[in-house]
Design a protein around this ligand. Structure first.
Ligand code: CAP
Ligand code: MG
Length: 404
């Protein structure tokens, strides 16, 4: 088959088809569209003598071209159910490197029900998270232990304890903390859980410790099982750097653990508007495989995503997807308590607002930083301005002086 044989603008997609939406930037758009459909399904740069007529039923088809938006439909049989790696190696593999295109961006994938249902999906989702933490409605406040790496176990656990008693519901490891000489995984787990229990006793609140289990797949699963054996509720995994197969293996263990998905590295392919893969595709894949909460941007923080991207990401986590549980959005990166009114207005109640520097950078330290964050949330939920509330809440008053 030639590239042009992969174009059929009269084709009407069927329920079971998988559909990809690409933005294509190319000298010859139609040829490039055919090339993408060919390379991502059964073709290559030239016709081959080995092609059998029965293979053609697996050919992808370009069925819509609207300026540089190209929609390509893929027959279900092209894919192995339950194998996200194979699906991505097809539709998000070689195509990005072809000379036929100058830039290529995969902006959406419509997965058919049979494919979605061949994965586990989220175990807890928003409702399950709220049940574990016993927080019915309001947004959750989280922090990330800072410095992001380097603290000894005792110091790490102490920072976690201070954040919890100051008012954080959740404390997480940073994305590049795993198990090093200065902070070994098992030791960190034991010591920090001791502090978590102490903070729960003293505050009367359930607290969450999101320990990072990211590692080589077998080791990651070993660590996750250890966390479950210790009775912890959470784990964190860096879904980009561990990869979809490891994430699937972890999820397929069906552990009684809420999975927090960090997305360190996503900007390699999500940031360039002309080339790569949109974050909403990553978010959809993460939900289908089965994470419970996922970083999706802040608009007002230190990372690049604006309102449109963040809205798209949240929509994908919460829209109906063949009955999959909704995933909790995590807004994190460059945030401080003064951002809370905007974030609550934008996200509503179903959001985890995470601050690292915005808590541990408070002039009076972590406890006060966490208090200031909690006070900002209380003020927002009571529809009181932060300025007004700060008159009777010193930690918030200092945060406003520090970060206004
Ligand atoms: C935030 C953070 C998170 C980012 C990730 C960091 O710390 O721990 O990893 O939020 O970005 O290491 O930067 P700060 P995103 O609160 O101190 O900025 O959520 O966009 O994936
Ligand atoms: Mg981090």
């Amino acid at each position: 088959m030639k590239y042009e044989d992969f174009i059929d603008l009269n084709y009407k997609p069927e329920k079971d088809d998988l559909i990809c939406e690409f933005l294509i930037d190319a000298k010859n758009l139609k040829k490039a569209a055919g090339a993408v459909a060919s390379e991502s399904s059964i073709g290559t740069w030239t016709e081959v003598k080995t092609e059998k007529s029965y293979v053609r039923r697996l050919a992808a088809k370009v069925f819509e071209i609207d300026k540089n938006l190209v929609k390509i439909v893929y027959p279900l049989e092209l894919f192995e159910f339950g194998n996200m790696s194979q699906i991505l190696s097809s539709v998000a593999g070689n195509v990005f490197g072809m000379k036929e295109i100058r830039n290529l961006r995969l902006i959406d994938i419509k997965f058919p029900k049979k494919i979605v249902k061949s994965f586990k999906g989220p175990k807890f989702g928003i409702r399950g998270i709220r049940k574990v933490l016993k927080i019915k409605k309001r947004p959750l406040i989280g922090t990330i232990i800072k410095p992001k790496i380097g603290l000894k176990v005792k110091d790490h656990a102490k920072v976690a304890y201070e954040a919890w008693i100051g008012g954080c519901n959740l404390v997480k490891d940073d994305e590049n903390l795993s198990s090093m000489k200065f902070n070994q995984f098992e030791k960190r787990l034991k010591e920090t859980l001791k502090m978590k229990e102490k903070a729960e006793r003293e505050t009367g609140e359930r607290k969450g410790y999101i320990i990072n289990v990211s590692a080589e797949c077998k080791e990651m699963i070993r660590r996750a099982k250890l966390v479950e054996n210790f009775g912890n509720e959470y784990i964190m995994v860096d879904l980009i750097t561990v990869g979809t197969s490891s994430l699937q293996s972890l999820r397929n263990e069906d552990l009684d653990l809420i999975v927090h998905a960090h997305r360190a590295g996503h900007a390699i392919f999500t940031r360039n508007k002309k080339h790569g893969i949109s974050m909403k595709v990553i978010a959809k894949i993460a939900r289908i495989i089965g994470v419970d909460q996922l970083h999706i941007g802040t608009i007002v923080g230190k990372m690049f995503e604006g309102r449109k991207e963040v809205l798209e990401n949240v929509k994908v986590l919460k829209e109906d997807l063949f009955g999959l549980k909704k995933v909790m959005p995590v807004s994190s990166g460059g945030l401080n308590p003064l951002h809370i009114p905007f974030l609550v207005k934008f996200f509503g109640n179903d959001v985890i607002i995470q601050m690292g520097g915005g808590i541990h950078g408070h002039p009076l330290g972590t406890i006060s930083g966490a208090k200031a964050a909690r006070q900002a949330l209380e003020a927002t939920l009571q529809k009181i301005s932060l300025k007004e509330y700060a008159k009777s809440h010193k930690e918030l008053e200092i945060a406003i002086k520090t970060w206004k």
